[in-house]
Design a binder for this molecule. Structure first.
Ligand SMILES: N[C@@H](CCC(=O)N[C@@H](CS)C(=O)NCC(=O)O)C(=O)O
Length: 214
């Protein structure tokens, strides 16, 4: 096995893959993204995480996790056997990426725009989407331990960074106690606690200012 992960410790989508690697103690070389030219030579879209497995390049966090499960499975089965259960995991993974991570990133990226370039309507829509996502999730995670049921899966790898950062920019507060408790369960998981700790030195980079929590 010769795995190299191009990632950054503070980047939400990189957390998804790091958590998957740590869950199964999968050995890999960590290349912290700094030189965008090298990344661009491998993937012109210039997004990370990016995994090199020997000569193969694999991109998109969910696809990287699927690749790891196919080639290097471990004790934590992040994609369950059985198509119905796997579909639920993939659905919840999409839910967290599309309806929690995308709107929280909209809030962060808008803060980084210059004066006169802010998108007030887009920001309001992102906040409304986060409220709808929290509201829908409340019922789901109040009845089960993990995002897709009773086992920790890829959906939880997606949920952890999504809810970690979303709460920073659009607090879950006391409105959604089930979501708050789920977020706390995620942060207590050793693979996730390790990922949070590795990112701690970079908190000063957070454009909206990291809150005094977590
Ligand atoms: N859909 C992609 C999203 C990747 C993504 O947006 N990565 C961010 C870091 S979390 C990134 O590459 N940002 C750099 C940029 O957009 O220039 C995935 O799941 O891997």
């Amino acid at each position: 096995m010769s795995l190299t992960l191009y990632a950054h410790p503070f980047a939400a989508y990189c957390w998804k893959v790091l958590i998957a690697l740590y869950e199964n103690a999968t050995p890999f070389t960590y290349r912290v993204v700094g030189d965008m030219a090298e990344l661009e030579s491998l993937w012109p879209i210039k997004k990370f995480p990016l995994l090199r497995d020997g000569d193969a390049t694999i991109v998109e966090s969910s696809v990287i996790i699927e690749h790891l499960m196919l080639r290097y499975p471990g004790p934590t089965r992040l994609i369950p056997d059985g198509s119905e259960a796997a579909l639920k995991v993939r659905f919840m993974d999409r839910f967290f990426d599309n309806y929690v991570s995308t709107p929280f990133q909209k809030l962060v990226l808008d803060r980084m725009r210059a004066d006169g370039e802010h998108d007030a309507k887009g920001v309001a829509e992102a906040r409304a989407l986060l409220d709808r996502a929290y509201g829908w999730l409340e019922n789901q995670v109040s009845q089960q331990a993990w995002a897709a049921g009773s086992h920790f899966t890829m959906a939880d790898c997606a949920a952890a960074p999504a809810l970690f950062y979303a709460d920073w920019v659009h607090p879950i507060g006391h409105r959604f106690p089930g979501v708050c408790n789920f977020r706390a369960r995620l942060l207590a998981r050793p693979s996730i606690a390790r990922t949070v700790e590795e990112a701690r030195p970079y908190r000063k980079l957070f454009p909206l200012g990291a809150p005094d929590q977590d």
